[in-house]
Design a protein around this ligand. Structure first.
Ligand code: HPA
Length: 277
């Protein structure tokens, strides 16, 4: 695995001169954040050896390298999902690559179904913690000692200081921000009403098909992690609507402006405190 990572890393280094300090994963429908960047290099995933290629509509599938203000960063426009059929170790390869390329902070985003009764469609939720259930750990198999320890602590995956800065930014920008626990299932089917009742009892506030495996892989290798869920729909059985990917993308489009402002200003706040130096 380390060999595959090093090969991909070398190809990436040959294609860009940027050393990113922050890595951003743009969830379903949230790829418009690219507008905020001074993009220097666009690298389609298909040009990177060993890379799993995303097949979901709304995920264009490329790395963007460039600057947000003064901050050198890398963004994934389109992520890889476990339900596409790749082994979990391959699903997190892009995350590990971004870390090896120099990113100290991983900023995750996703579209998610809302379970918390106080949530509405179009809310933004800062991820405070997660539950990984029915999803294999990306750390299964021989440990990659070069990245991190065999038995990493997961008491606090979402970095306290980053979370505080995101909350502060939301309040300054007058963007309402929910907080909660994100629950990852494999997908690709949406959940049944009974599954949603189960997850609510297990402490979930939002449910989706990504993010947790990426957060685990990043935390394992010592990156500082934070994340925002766009509540694109109420979870199954909590509204009379049938769930569709179209609704997910429509909502992401609706929240575009506040999502982009929150992410942009939060990254500036990280930079100001020296976290990205
Ligand atoms: N369930 C799972 N994943 C999702 C949902 C949902 O309701 N909405 C967006 N991603």
């Amino acid at each position: 695995m380390m060999h595959a990572l090093n090969t991909a890393l070398q190809v990436l280094r040959d294609k860009t001169e940027i050393t990113p300090r922050l890595a951003l994963v743009l969830g379903s429908g949230l790829g418009g954040f690219a507008e905020e960047l001074k993009v220097v290099d666009r690298i389609p995933y298909s040009e990177i050896p060993g890379f799993p290629i995303s097949t979901v509509p709304g995920h264009s599938g490329q790395f963007l390298l460039g600057y947000l203000g003064e901050v050198p960063m890398i963004a994934m426009q389109g992520r890889v999902h476990y339900y596409e059929g790749y082994p979990m170790q391959q699903v997190v390869l892009p995350i590990r690559l971004m870390g090896l390329l120099g990113a100290k902070v991983l900023f995750l985003s996703n579209a998610a179904g809302g379970l918390n009764p106080n949530f509405s469609r179009g809310d933004l939720m800062m991820i405070e913690d997660h539950v990984s259930s029915f999803v294999p750990s990306p750390l299964l198999g021989k440990n990659i000692d070069e990245l991190g320890t065999r038995f990493p602590d997961m008491t606090r995956v979402y970095d306290k200081e980053l979370c505080e800065l995101i909350e502060q930014t939301a309040s300054e920008q007058k963007i309402p921000l929910q907080k909660g626990v994100y629950f990852q299932l494999t997908g690709p089917n949406f959940e049944t009403s009974a599954e949603i009742r189960m997850m609510a009892r297990l402490g979930a506030d939002a449910v989706g098909m990504s993010t947790v495996c990426e957060a685990i892989a990043a935390h394992h290798m010592g990156m500082r992690v934070c994340g925002i869920s766009c509540i694109s729909n109420l979870a199954a059985g909590l509204s009379s609507d049938k769930l569709t990917h179209d609704e997910v993308q429509e909502t992401a489009n609706m929240v575009k402006e506040k999502f982009q402002t929150l992410v942009r200003e939060s990254i500036f706040a990280f930079a100001k405190t020296g976290i990205l130096d």
